[in-house]
Design a protein around this ligand. Structure first.
Ligand code: S3P
Length: 166
């Protein structure tokens, strides 16, 4: 069974594309954030509020260790590349795809997502979000086997681009 691991900033389309890709390839889809919510028994916003970002990163790192060897499609949280040892772990995984969206496009998608509250976005201004994206850009690029720009492509076009590569 094939494995594809999606990385990228919040709002880049990791979950949307991941689900579509899994359906088309008829493989499992796992969203790291959903695993964390299940483990913690609370939403990510609640977890941040109660335990802070450092505890979240630890849980995220532990979850990556569990998921990295699993076949299927894995969507990670936008901050996965910042966790201790995670970039080294990601470099060992095949088919790591960086879904890259313009930060302002990402911001627009995040603001219009009524299903998920992202604590980092609540805490920061638009300029700080762009700064966060810019700071992480090199980290995503460092870990990725290839990059797909999701700013202009539809989710299906992003899927097709990934399917052409694997
Ligand atoms: C985060 C991204 C979120 C989630 C958490 C922190 C980040 O996941 O893990 O709110 O640091 O960029 P998505 O990228 O799926 O929104």
């Amino acid at each position: 069974m094939k494995q594809v691991l999606l990385i990228g900033f919040m709002g880049a389309g990791k979950s949307t594309v991941g689900k579509m890709l899994a359906k088309q390839l008829q493989v499992d889809f796992v969203d790291s954030d959903e695993v964390i919510v299940e483990k913690a028994g609370m939403t990510i916003a609640e977890f941040f509020e109660k335990n802070g970002e450092a505890a979240f990163r630890q849980l995220e790192t532990d979850t990556l260790k569990e998921l990295a060897s699993k076949p299927g499609i894995i969507a990670t949280g936008g901050g996965i590349v910042t966790g201790e040892g995670n970039r080294e772990a990601l470099k060992q995984v095949h088919n790591v795809v960086f879904l890259k969206a313009d930060p302002l496009v990402s911001l627009d998608r995040i603001m219009n997502d009524e299903h998920v509250i992202r604590p980092l976005v609540l805490e920061k201004s638009s300029d700080e979000i762009v700064e966060l994206f810019t700071g992480r850009l090199k980290l995503y690029e460092e870990c990725a086997d290839w990059v797909v720009d999701t700013s202009v492509l539809s989710p299906q076009e992003v899927c097709d681009s990934i399917l052409n590569q694997i």
